[in-house]
Design a protein. Sequence first.
Length: 254
Amino acid sequence: MYTVKQLAKLAGVSVRTLHYYDEIGLLKPSSLGDNGYRRYEQKAILKLQQILFYRELDLSLNEIKIIMGQPDFDVITALDTHKKELQRRVERLKRLLQTIDTTINQLKGNEKMNVKGLFEGFTEEEQEKYAGEAERLYDPETVRASNRKWKAYTPTEKKRILEEGKTIYADLTEVMPKGAGSAEVQAVIARWHQHMQYFWSPNDEQLVGLAGMYNEDARFRANFEKVDPALAGFILEAVKVYVGKRKNVRTQAR
């Protein structure tokens, strides 16, 4: 039997957090003492563990309450799910650590620079999430259509698409010195535009918006800065040139 203070210390949360969980009906104490103090037995402690696992997976308290309130909720099944998810995260973190070590060695001159390798560790889940965030700038149906499109690909196709994206960014860094309006850069941007079709079909304004987000979103910008501090800004500049040329071609065709 634990008091609220003891359980808070054991679980690494605040007493106020446990009080709040009680107030919203997420985690009730096992009993109340004569002095009104909350007491927690093993069942309540296990339930708190589940809540913290779900919080680690970024679920809201309302979502957790709904899940754990289901009549068929099973602790063992939930723990098995948590284990698999955490194992997946551990593997991803291992890949990211390897990427960091590789980048450090490359920057120190201990290894030959491999631009494609700088993007290792960024999973298809992140790629899909980023595409979805870009599309949320426009309309929900675009998001749903993109998700359906991505999920329809086979694992082999997804791997090929992601590798193609890494190659495009690697090629772009090599031609950056030629200038955003150069034929070489514009050819790579055209490939980038075509690559976006695997996720969604942006119009010219949306292409510029996506390139703008590469600069405005800290996660995007951080990824590009690992390759070259100027890369995100260069992509935006090059995309604006690309879109401008497309508009001129359409105007002349009228």
